[in-house]
Design a protein. Structure first.
Lengths: 114, 114
């Protein structure tokens, strides 16, 4: 079946602009996660959605970052007023939401802020 | 706060040799994950270890978990070039924070040479 998909695959933007990154999880997966991967910081958790519960935003690095998940499926990560340090690969993952379940990762969006 | 440390961070092996990657974690984690990442690609799930003494094997890779020692190992048997990749271990925080997100180690970059 189809895996996790993300768009765009690459995004180049100018400092100060807003960007939106999209994630389509595996059908039927109730849990959705955003991580980012950068050379300096490795893989960092950003935000976690589980069903209809309030999202866990504890990993968001600043209030410029926000995410929503519509209809329990597609999620959008928004970065406002981008900074150069936001340059990274943003990875989305989904799982069935049960303890011990594997998180399946999408191909990522490579963001470059000039 | 859960911290995950891998060693070594870089590993150059000859084909046919055996080696072990170590993953230590700082506080209780009720599950431990191993992922593989090829250059420019996303993360591929290898193993999920859920209990003390768990051992899983797939081909030339075998992962184990010792929750008392807070240690997981990924053992490579008779390495082949196709195993060249970066390997990440990740734990799931049991207390505080999210019950869903993963905390990743910095990764072990494995290079298998003929």
């Amino acid at each position: 079946g189809a895996g996790v998909s993300q768009s765009p695959s690459n995004k180049v933007t100018e400092k100060g602009k807003d960007v939106e990154l999209r994630c389509d999880p595996i059908s039927g997966h109730t849990a959705l996660y955003w991580y980012r991967q950068s050379l300096g910081q490795g893989l960092e958790f950003l935000i976690y959605f589980q069903g209809n519960s309030a999202p866990d935003k504890s990993g968001l690095p600043s209030d410029r970052f926000s995410a929503e998940r519509t209809g329990g499926s597609v999620s959008t990560l928004t970065i406002q007023r981008t900074q150069q340090e936001d340059s990274a690969v943003y990875l989305c993952a989904s799982s069935r939401g049960l303890p011990g379940e594997t998180q399946y990762f999408g191909p990522g969006t490579r963001l470059l802020v000039l | 706060e859960l911290k995950v440390e891998q060693n070594p961070l870089f590993l150059s092996m000859q084909e046919g040799k055996n080696y072990t990657i170590y993953c230590n974690y700082s506080t209780t984690s009720d599950r431990l994950y191993w992922y593989r990442q090829d250059p420019g690609k996303s993360l591929e799930s290898l193993f999920v270890l859920l209990s003390n003494g768990a051992v899983k094997q797939e081909g030339r890779l075998m992962a184990s978990l010792d929750t008392k020692a807070r240690l997981s190992t990924l053992h490579i048997t008779a390495a082949v070039h196709d195993l060249s990749a970066t390997y990440f271990c990740a734990g799931a925080p049991q207390y505080g924070g999210s019950q869903g997100n993963l905390i990743f180690g910095k990764g072990t970059k494995l290079s298998v040479k003929p």
